[in-house]
Design a protein around this ligand. Structure first.
Ligand SMILES: Nc1ncnc2c1ncn2[C@@H]1O[C@H](COP(=O)(O)OP(=O)(O)O)[C@@H](O)[C@H]1O
Ligand SMILES: Cc1cn([C@H]2C[C@H](O)[C@@H](COP(=O)(O)O)O2)c(=O)[nH]c1=O
Length: 243
């Protein structure tokens, strides 16, 4: 019996890696799959993992109709046993409903991967519909961590290193620890010698995974360092963790 499974978690917890591993395992057993993604950081029509794997995928657009897509492929003789659907938070509610119908009426497994909530802690519409319709929702075992050492449960967005809670829901970007280190203001704080450089022309959007406590208090790695003193060693520092 086919299933609709939603593999969810924060950013950077290994969803795309698992998506590609599952495809590999199913293919190795002679099953035939189709890969989909939407607005992957690495570009159009790919699923990319931070572990370095990258595989071609069909780009899901606003007007993609999964039902029609599957009917078309089957009519042309393509066998499809399962779908891998990455960045599923960006799919529309209607597209998630189409995926549920693909499972029920075509007996095709659908493995969907995505973050549940946005930088404001609100559910993405696609994720909400998946939680509502999936046979199973599975939170990934690999835990992304907050700078304080707790499990990261939320995604924060930073603009030029400062956490924000207002803005467009969708802005493609990455969690980049190195970006914190090379943030111009942080470099100035730590005497990084970037004072003479021009400020960046466009605001730099980044993401950081945080525990709920630090998301609600808006304390990122950078602001924790600033508040605790720039020489405080993070992460897992008990002094800084009290912030
Ligand atoms: N250099 C590395 N060495 C080992 N593991 C890494 C490395 N870089 C990233 N990872 C692992 O990859 C995970 C991110 O995988 P990815 O599939 O890209 O995440 P997601 O799709 O959930 O954003 C990290 O949580 C970490 O466990
Ligand atoms: C929190 C949040 C994230 N995004 C974007 C940023 C990335 O491009 C993807 C998540 O990709 P990952 O493989 O899970 O790291 O989502 C966004 O658009 N809006 C947000 O609020």
């Amino acid at each position: 019996m086919a299933e609709l499974v939603f593999f969810s978690g924060t950013m950077d917890c290994g969803k795309s890696t698992l998506a590609l591993q599952m495809d590999h395992n199913h293919t190795a057993r002679g099953r035939s799959g189709l890969l989909f993604s939407s607005h992957d950081r690495a570009g159009e029509s790919v699923i990319s993992s931070r572990l370095g794997l990258m595989t071609q995928a069909v780009e899901v657009r606003q007007d993609t109709d999964f039902w029609e897509e599957l009917v078309r492929r089957r009519t042309h003789g393509t066998r499809v046993d399962y779908l891998i659907c990455d960045e599923a938070q960006f799919y529309t509610r209607r597209q998630i409903e189409q995926l549920a119908r693909v499972v029920d009426d075509m007996d095709i497994d659908v493995f969907a991967f995505g973050i549940t909530s946005d930088f404001r802690t609100e559910l993405f519409p696609g994720s909400q519909r998946l939680i509502e319709l999936a046979d199973r929702t599975q939170v990934l075992q690999v835990e992304a961590l907050c700078w304080c050492g707790r499990r990261a449960t939320h995604n924060a967005r930073t603009v030029d290193g400062v956490m924000v809670v207002e803005g467009e829901q969708m802005v493609v970007g990455d969690v980049e620890p190195a970006a914190v280190e090379t943030d111009p203001r942080q470099a100035r704080l730590t005497g990084g010698g970037l004072d003479e450089l021009d400020p960046p022309a466009a605001p730099v959007i980044g993401y950081e995974t945080l525990c709920r406590r630090h998301h609600m208090r808006r304390v990122t790695t950078l602001s924790a360092r600033t508040q605790a003193g720039s020489d405080v060693a993070l992460p897992f520092d008990p002094v800084a963790a009290r912030l």
